[in-house]
Design a binder for this molecule. Structure first.
Ligand code: SF4
Ligand code: SF4
Length: 167
């Protein structure tokens, strides 16, 4: 196709490129983009940190609990963290618009905190993580989940061991 034919076709059909950044760009629904973290659902198992090939995820102890950081500058958008997370606490969005100026590079982070709490049974300080009860049979009711969640790991185990299962 020579230049004039191409020019005439483009005049007829309009531009074939996206208007971005002056307008929206088409984004496939399943595009692997920015990671988001939901501390409420997190069990604190740290599997996501271990399976991250780029070392983008870091958990660290803090006076308030355990912090979660996912560095968007380091993430390679492989989706491993979401795939292996047992509780859907980590989710990959299709947001790819992560361009930023150099001065903002330390703001390119998804931050979360699993807060400390006092165990409702023994009073010890523990992380307020989501309970690991996926394989508990029969499944726990909402009230039981609340009971488990309010306890430290030792008291959670004791509660589940002594749980009266309806016959
Ligand atoms: S986000 Fe998921 S995989 Fe990561 S520590 Fe929390 S529960 Fe585990
Ligand atoms: S998408 Fe891949 S590289 Fe990015 S944080 Fe998750 S595991 Fe790491």
């Amino acid at each position: 196709m020579n230049f004039l034919t191409l020019f005439a076709r483009n005049l007829r059909t309009g531009p074939q490129t996206e208007a971005f950044p002056l307008g929206p760009a088409f984004t496939p629904e399943k595009l692997r983009g920015r990671i988001v973290f939901n501390a409420e659902n997190c069990e604190g198992c740290r599997i996501c940190e271990r399976v991250c090939p780029a070392g983008a995820i870091k958990f660290a102890k803090s006076p308030d609990g355990m912090t979660f950081d996912c560095w968007h500058n380091t993430c390679v958008f492989c989706g491993n963290c979401e795939f292996y997370c047992p509780t859907d606490a980590i989710h990959q969005t299709n947001d790819w618009n992560l361009a930023h100026v150099q001065a903002d590079k330390f703001a390119m982070v998804e931050h979360g905190l699993i807060p400390n709490m006092k165990c409702s049974d023994c009073g010890a300080t523990a992380l307020n993580t989501a309970p690991m009860v996926k394989n508990v049979k029969p499944p726990l009711s909402e009230a039981e989940l609340g009971e488990v969640r309010s306890r430290c790991p030792k008291c959670r185990a004791k509660y589940l061991k002594n749980r009266k299962v309806p016959s």
